[in-house]
Design a binder for this molecule. Structure first.
Ligand SMILES: [Mg+2]
Length: 294
C-alpha cells in the first residue's frame, strides 16, 4: 500500500496552513483531466463549488497556458485571479498585467501562424490554437508516422525565428508552444502576483502538472510549497507529488477544511459545502491514493 499522504506530508502542511496561504492552481491536468481535444475541457460543477469555497478562504489564482478569456469561460467563476498564456496575461481583482510590445509581437505571431497553417493544416489531427499572445500546435490526435512529418514541417517553419531570437519555443504534452522572446514565465508571474495587495504577506501553494509549472516550483522554493501532479511523475523542483486531478481535488478539499476550521471561530465562512467536506475528512478513505516520493 502506498503511504497515506496524511502520515507523510499532510502534517507539516497542516502546520503551515495556520499562516495564510495563496493558492496557485494549474488548470488542464490539475483541476480538470486532460482530454484529447483541449476545447472540450471544463471545470465540472463539483470542482467549481470547491474553488468557490476556497476563494472565500484564501486568494486563488488559476494558471494556464490558455488565453485568459478562454480560461475564464472554462472555470466560470468570478473573484479569482486568472493567469493565462503561461503568465503573460494576468487578470486579477483590481490588477492586470500585459507584456510590453504586445502589438508588435502580435503581428509577428500572425506571420508565423500563417506559415505554420500553410504547411500543417493539411495533416489530419493537427490543432492550431491562436491564443493572441502565444500559440499552440497540438499533435495529440496525429497518428503514427504523420507525427514525424508534423515535427519536420513545424521545425522548418519556426527555425528562422527561433535562431534569430524572434520567438521562443517550448514543448509541452503533445504540444508545441510559440511564445514571445521575453524573460517571463509562470514563476515570475507568481512572484509578481504575490506583490499585489490581496496576495501580499501570504505563502504560495502551487499545484501543477506541466513542465512550465517547474518554473513556478523553482521560484517559490523556500517560500512556499510546490506540488507536482501526475502518475509516477518526478517532482522536479516541487516539494511533493500527487497522482492526478482526483487527488488534487481531495487535497484541496482538505485545505478548504483546514482554512475554514482556522476561521470558524469568528464567522460563518464555514459554508455548508465546507461542513460537508469536513464530515468527509473523517472517513479514512480520503487519505489513501496519494503518492509520496521520498
Ligand atoms: Mg496543466
Amino acid at each position: 500500500m502506498k503511504p497515506p499522504l496524511h502520515a507523510v506530508w499532510l502534517a507539516p502542511l497542516h502546520g503551515r496552513l495556520r499562516k495564510p496561504p495563496a493558492l496557485f492552481l494549474d488548470f488542464d491536468g490539475t483541476l480538470a483531466p486532460i482530454a484529447p481535444r483541449p476545447d472540450t475541457v471544463r471545470l465540472d460543477a463539483e470542482g467549481r463549488r470547491l474553488i468557490r469555497t476556497l476563494s472565500r478562504l484564501a486568494p486563488v489564482a488559476i494558471i494556464s497556458g490558455r488565453a485568459v478569456k478562454d480560461l475564464r469561460a472554462r472555470v466560470g467563476l468570478t473573484r479569482l485571479t486568472y493567469v493565462g498564456n503561461h503568465g503573460l496575461e494576468i487578470d486579477g481583482i483590481g490588477f492586470r498585467y500585459r507584456m510590453k510590445g504586445a502589438r508588435r509581437w502580435r503581428r509577428r505571431l500572425r506571420e508565423i501562424l500563417h506559415r505554420i497553417r500553410s504547411r500543417l493544416d493539411v495533416i489530419p489531427g493537427v490543432l492550431i490554437e491562436d491564443k493572441q499572445v502565444t500559440a499552440s500546435v497540438h499533435f495529440r490526435l496525429v497518428k503514427g508516422r504523420a507525427r514525424r512529418t508534423v515535427a519536420r514541417r513545424f521545425v522548418a517553419c519556426v527555425k528562422p525565428y527561433v535562431e534569430r531570437g524572434r520567438m521562443r519555443l517550448r514543448r509541452g504534452k503533445a504540444v508545441w508552444e510559440i511564445r514571445p522572446p521575453v524573460a517571463w514565465d509562470k514563476g515570475r508571474a507568481v512572484l509578481w502576483i504575490l506583490n499585489r495587495p490581496a496576495f501580499r504577506g501570504r505563502w504560495p501553494m502551487y499545484i501543477g502538472d506541466d513542465d512550465t509549472d517547474q518554473d513556478a516550483f523553482r521560484r517559490i522554493r523556500g517560500r512556499g510549497v510546490g506540488i507536482s501532479v501526475g502518475p509516477g511523475r518526478a517532482r522536479g523542483a516541487a516539494r511533493y507529488a500527487i497522482d492526478g486531478p482526483a487527488q488534487v481535488r481531495r487535497l484541496l478539499t482538505w485545505v478548504a477544511a483546514q482554512l475554514s476550521g482556522s476561521r470558524a471561530a469568528d464567522e460563518d465562512a464555514a459554508s455548508s459545502a465546507v461542513r460537508t467536506i469536513m464530515v468527509a475528512m473523517n472517513s479514512r478513505r480520503f487519505y489513501t491514493n496519494f503518492t509520496h516520493l521520498p
